[in-house]
Design a protein around this ligand. Structure first.
Ligand code: 4AD
Ligand code: MG
Length: 458
């Protein structure tokens, strides 16, 4: 039950179109200023970026405790919502009662503004109370909702794929082991909990394919895990992925959906998260609005892997990592293509077979697969996807080439035995998308509690 049945969120109080005789606000004190005979409290309840100012006269019940109400304390303020004479705020609350709920002493770490992001990571349990992180996590929530809406409006079925798995979707050997064995005893798969080696999933794709082979268009949205020991600003060991999968669809259809999807999220962020985006624009990335408008207005570029190689080779730039057929693009290459050469989001397609997972469809040239990566300025790859190999023999051969045992994937191969269809899908890293839409440049700052090598506090 609400402590206070009359409670109004600050967001709603600030959006009011008229004064109100009785409102009640439950919030945390951001700051207090005392004057002669009254005090100002800046209140924030996380419902929006803007604080609500409360004016508390010394004769208001509860004022005795005003000196205890320092930054971080929680309060319930009842009063009248009236037009504010102060610049930059439409409404303020004139308190008729003040109730202290919880105190915060001088050790409260968010006293002052201007803490570094590095410091705020060490207090990830408190950082959502700061302006920046409140904005980031509200945006994250609104975007998650928008993503569900995007797919639901297009009749995609939401599938909950398993988190514990025995199959390695990406074949990159970056999986976390799941075992009930105690420390000091070696995990013996046959007598372990599941009777075979199990891992945290790196992708829900294989299971999503089974559902696309029944329900046509499906998507997943859930946590995925990668034990990549790369301590970069774009990699997390636990991150959220959105994976649509479409039956009766080829690579071109896959690229169409991915581009439409990125545009839709940018539009949603601009329209639905305007206040928070304003903060990012001001304090995080001065080019944010310009960049998002640009993404909305222009078509994405599409370029084949071999053509992208040529562009890089002829760029006259010296890259740290070699540019050579058969090698993956590194972040520096991706960023050159999207930020400097094309200056817009770029979809690179048809990659060499050897550098892509077993499930991608072999092209007629016998050398490349129908893969695509969407690269965006400032981040690089946000989406990886492909048309899937729907031909049983070709898929089995590909598995053997990649030293996978077809028998272990018997259920996946059954999809090709019974009513196989051309199908395609992609995976979008939710945190990378958030980085793109907010301008926040470190993945650790767009996920509530980051899991990265050596870091699992909270
Ligand atoms: O390109 P990836 O590895 O593709 C897949 O997992 C496919 N099974 C997806 C599919 O076709 N259904 O990963 C997809 C996306 C990447 O483009 C990137 O945005 C994100 O997931 N990603 C990560 N995000 C944060 N931290 C990491 N360690 C990530 N690894 C991948
Ligand atoms: Mg990828």
């Amino acid at each position: 039950m609400l402590l206070d049945a009359m409670r109004t969120l600050i967001k709603h109080a600030l959006a009011s179109t008229e004064p109100k005789d009785a409102v009640s606000v439950s919030a945390w004190v951001r700051s207090r200023r005392d004057a002669k005979g009254f005090s100002f409290l800046e209140l924030n309840d996380g419902s929006c970026l803007t604080n609500l100012q409360a004016v508390v006269d010394s004769n208001v019940p509860g004022y005795e405790q005003i000196a205890l109400l320092t930054t971080g304390a929680s309060v319930i303020v009842e009063g009248r919502l009236v037009a504010s004479p102060a610049a930059g705020q439409k409404w303020e609350i004139h308190a008729t009662s003040l109730k202290m709920v919880g105190l915060a002493d001088a050790s409260y770490p968010l006293q002052k503004k201007g803490h570094s992001l590095e410091f705020l990571r060490t207090i990830a349990h408190l950082r959502p109370r700061s302006n920046l992180f409140g904005a980031v996590f509200r945006t994250r929530s609104r975007l998650a909702y928008a993503i569900h809406r995007f797919f639901q409006e297009r009749d995609f079925v939401y599938v909950h794929t398993p988190i514990i798995t025995a199959s390695d979707c990406e074949g990159a050997g970056e999986m976390f082991r799941v075992t009930t064995f105690k420390e000091g005893s070696a995990p013996a798969p046959a007598v372990d909990f599941f009777g075979k080696p199990t891992f945290l999933t790196v992708s829900g794709q294989l299971e999503a394919e089974t559902f696309a082979s029944a329900l046509s268009n499906v998507y997943t949205f859930g946590p995925t895990f990668r034990a990549e020991n790369s301590n970069t600003s774009r990699h997390a060991a636990e991150f959220w992925m959105i994976e649509p999968e479409m039956a009766f669809c080829d690579l071109a259809g896959d690229m169409d959906l991915s581009e439409e999807f990125i545009k839709a999220t940018a539009r949603h962020a601009l329209e639905d998260c305007a206040e928070d985006l304003g903060l990012f624009q001001k304090f995080v990335d001065k080019t944010l609005h310009e960049r998002l408008a640009f993404v909305l207005e222009r078509p994405f570029q599409r370029v084949a892997y071999t053509d992208a190689l040529e562009i890089l080779a002829k760029s006259g730039r010296t890259f740290e990592h070699p540019v050579q057929y058969g090698l993956n693009f590194q972040s520096e290459h991706e960023r050159f293509l999207t930020e400097e050469h094309f200056r817009c989001p770029v979809t690179v397609f048809n990659y060499p077979r050897e550098i892509k997972p077993f499930y991608m469809r072999l092209n007629d040239d016998g050398k490349t697969v129908a893969a695509m990566d969407v690269l965006v300025p400032g981040i690089g790859e946000v989406i990886g996807g492909s048309q899937r190999e729907e031909r049983l023999e070709v898929l089995e051969e590909n598995m053997r080439l990649q030293k996978l045992q077809p028998e272990a994937y018997w259920w996946y191969l059954d999809l090709r035995r019974y009513g196989t269809v051309p199908h395609a899908g992609f995976g979008l890293g939710f945190e990378r998308l958030l980085m793109f839409l907010t301008g926040v440049s470190n993945i650790r700052d767009v996920i509530p509690f980051a899991r990265t090598p050596g870091n699992v506090e909270f």
